[in-house]
Ligand binder design. Structure first.
Ligand code: DHB
Ligand code: FE
Length: 286
């Protein structure tokens, strides 16, 4: 059976792609951020996932404001990216796992999540930057299942709904008959606002609260409305919806193995976390 080996949360700021291309890892501006990935690399080398289920938000590459699904699941054998205009190199294509995708889609629909199914789906910086951060070498040794959550065009799904989506995914992964090691990823966040008079807004105290509660008591975060979230975390801080779905997918006993929090990367409070997911002890046969 498939098992969920743990989770990673990371920002997806596009300028990271430029810093990687220009090898700025040891620049004073970038070093405190990139150093936060040393542990991620160690954990990935030790944990060896086969598949990454990636909760992310599309920023206008595959979906646009004219048609924007609340939840969409990729079901392709390969995902390509394209130039989004950030001036960063276009990512290599990433292999998919269409059989696992269909298993997840079937389970989600059975759980009454009406998702958009995408057999052809472009992935943007919200997937490709985390991949490049997690696996800095020439090979990305996982297949992916990208799961898009709308954080762009209001009304957005609630935190509670995204937690439930994650839980449904977690149960579905664990009912998949193949022996796969699956990691879950949540990208974006934490607090940031790119537009309007509050552009540059960051809320360190609220981020700290989120990083505590997401491990120990994710339900506590669901009492915040999306509008509360915009005021506390910024208009793009709502990308935390991807993180809470990632947390929901971890169905075991979750603990924080690693946390790096650095302000700012571009306009964003950049958090990098690794969570362990200990499977609950199987009940002994009577
Ligand atoms: C930035 C942050 C984002 O989440 C994004 O999608 C694009 C840009 C930034 O801080 O520059
Ligand atoms: Fe973003």
């Amino acid at each position: 059976m498939a098992m969920i080996v743990g989770g990673v949360g990371t920002t997806h700021v596009p300028s990271i792609g430029k810093a990687i291309a220009e090898k700025k890892h040891n620049d004073p501006y970038w070093k405190p951020f990139f150093k936060g990935f040393d542990y991620v690399h160690y954990w990935l080398a030790r944990t060896r996932p086969d598949v990454a289920v990636v909760f992310y938000n599309d920023h206008g590459l595959n979906f646009f404001l004219d048609k924007l699904p609340t939840f969409a699941v990729g079901a392709a054998d390969e995902y390509r990216s394209e130039d989004e205009g950030w001036g960063i190199p276009v990512s290599r294509p990433i292999p998919g796992d269409a059989a696992l995708s269909w298993h997840l889609i079937n389970a989600l629909v059975a759980d009454e999540f009406d998702v958009t199914m995408c057999q052809d789906m472009l992935i943007d910086h919200a997937v490709t930057i985390p991949m490049a951060l997690m696996w800095p070498g020439p090979v990305w040794p996982v297949r992916i299942v990208p799961i898009e959550i709308n954080t762009v065009q209001h009304p957005l799904p609630t935190l509670g709904r995204c937690l439930k989506l994650g839980r449904s995914i977690g149960r579905a992964i664990e009912s998949y008959p193949q022996d796969l090691r699956v990691m879950v990823v949540g990208t974006g966040g934490l607090s940031h606002q790119l537009d309007g008079t509050r552009a540059g807004f960051i809320n360190k105290d609220f981020d700290a609260l989120c990083l505590e509660k997401i491990v120990s008591e994710p339900e506590a975060l669901t009492r915040y409305s999306v509008h509360d979230w915009v005021s506390l975390s910024g208009s793009q801080g709502v990308e935390f919806l991807n993180w809470i779905a990632m947390r929901g997918a971890m169905t075991g006993r979750v603990s924080e193995l690693h946390r790096n929090y650095h302000i700012p990367i571009s306009n964003t409070a950049a958090a990098t976390v690794v969570y362990d997911n200990q499977r609950q002890m199987q009940r002994k046969a009577a």
